[in-house]
Design a protein around this ligand. Sequence first.
Ligand SMILES: [Zn+2]
Length: 203
Amino acid sequence: MNQDHVPAANAIDNLIQELNKLPGIGPKSAQRLTYYLLRAPDEQTRLLAEAILSIKQKISLCSTCFNVTDADPCLICRSDRRDRTQICVVEQPQDILALEHTGIYKGLYHVLHGAISPTEGVGANDVRIKELTNRLQEGTVNEVILGTNPNLEGEQTAMYLNHLIAPLGIRVTRLARGLPFGTELEYADDTTLTRAIEGRQEF
Ligand SMILES: [Zn+2]
């Protein structure tokens, strides 16, 4: 048996295992990507490895809206072209990407980093709800658009937020009405999302 073969195979197995942990990458894809990278130019694999490391080293959360950012506050919170009277509440940073892609929403955002889910033991204090109500205390916001996912957890979270925000005299609307139930915002197409923003209803 070739002694040199063992560590090389381990390195290959390691990468296959790590890639296999990523969402949407099954064992077959992990294997295909690994052998692709093995044949790819050194420069390409180095850039990939650096890009992966730098999202952990350089990206943090905006201290205002909790979107991912490389500068605090983030570009959206800093912009003077955004409507500061509206906040759209979403579950994940990638939901902002989807909404921004439509180009129709000009307000601010707030990322909860999750949704309330009693079955999974996620309560109101486990997501960024307190930070949202703190922002609302400033008094500049007159509409909160609930953009949580149109599924069970998203609806529960929207209901909880409505109970919390409506008594403050702030208009509460629900973005996801019209989006098919059980979907996630980040996978909705531009047309559906645009309709959901334009056709948002009072909660
Ligand atoms: Zn921000």
